[in-house]
Design a protein around this ligand. Structure first.
Ligand code: HEC
Ligand code: HEC
Length: 160
């Protein structure tokens, strides 16, 4: 009898949880929804949904050996690539077309600037050792050395 008395309130509780309609949705009308105009979402002028036309980009087509070195802001700056790399940019784990001309062993014959000694130093593991090979962190040349294009500025450059 004692068990039966205990079971009744539990049964009522279970039934009230599992039957009937879902609980009413929370009333959100009291929460103020901020209204930000499309034109003020980002820094770009105009609506965030505008898709400005992309001006065509012309890649530098001057062959290696025919271009002229570009000035550098300082010695620590990776020089930009003065020549075309359209057909040269094969850089895989085992192949690096840039080194076919820039490797120190061949650079002089190719009339190219040799990869400097700094590129053979593994700064993270052995900063005092200058090895024989270009280290992994310098392998993907184009992550630092930038090819040149003729293109209009997306945003005006105010640097004097
Ligand atoms: C066919 C040979 C050749 C290949 C391949 C080549 N280069 Fe060059 N590179 C040159 C020559 C030669 C120069 C010197 C400028 C000239 O005579 O055009 C030069 C100049 C440069 C310079 C300027 C160096 C400075 O001191 O200002 C950079 C940077 C450079 N190349 C990077 C690259 C990268 C990155 C690649 C691969 C995507 C590459 N080059 C592939 C021949 C080559
Ligand atoms: C992590 C960035 C980085 C990567 C990757 C890198 N370089 Fe450089 N490179 C530099 C910087 C910075 C300089 C200028 C300072 C110096 O000489 O160490 C430079 C200088 C050079 C120079 C000019 C040397 C001179 O004597 O004036 C050449 C040529 C060059 N790099 C070629 C390459 C080639 C080819 C690769 C790919 C195998 C490569 N770099 C990868 C950052 C990089």
């Amino acid at each position: 009898m004692k068990n039966a008395l205990l079971a009744l309130p539990i049964l009522i509780l279970v039934l009230s949880c599992t039957s009937g309609s879902p609980p009413p949705a929370a009333d959100t009308s009291a929460v103020a929804t901020p209204s930000i105009p499309d034109s003020e979402v980002g820094l770009a002028p105009g609506s965030a949904f505008d898709q400005p036309p992309q001006a065509p980009i012309t890649f530098n087509s001057v062959d290696p050996g025919e271009s002229e070195l570009r000035p550098r802001p300082n010695d620590e700056f990776p020089p930009v690539i003065p020549h075309s790399i359209v057909d040269l940019e094969t850089i895989t784990l085992s192949e690096n077309s840039c080194l076919e001309c820039h490797d120190a062993a061949v650079a002089m014959d190719m009339g190219a600037v040799a990869v400097p000694a700094s590129h053979r130093v593994d700064l993270r593991r052995s900063a005092d050792v200058t090895g024989d090979e270009v280290v992994g962190s310098r392998w993907v040349c184009t992550s630092c050395h930038v090819a040149q294009t003729e293109s209009t500025e997306l945003v005006a450059n105010r640097t004097p």
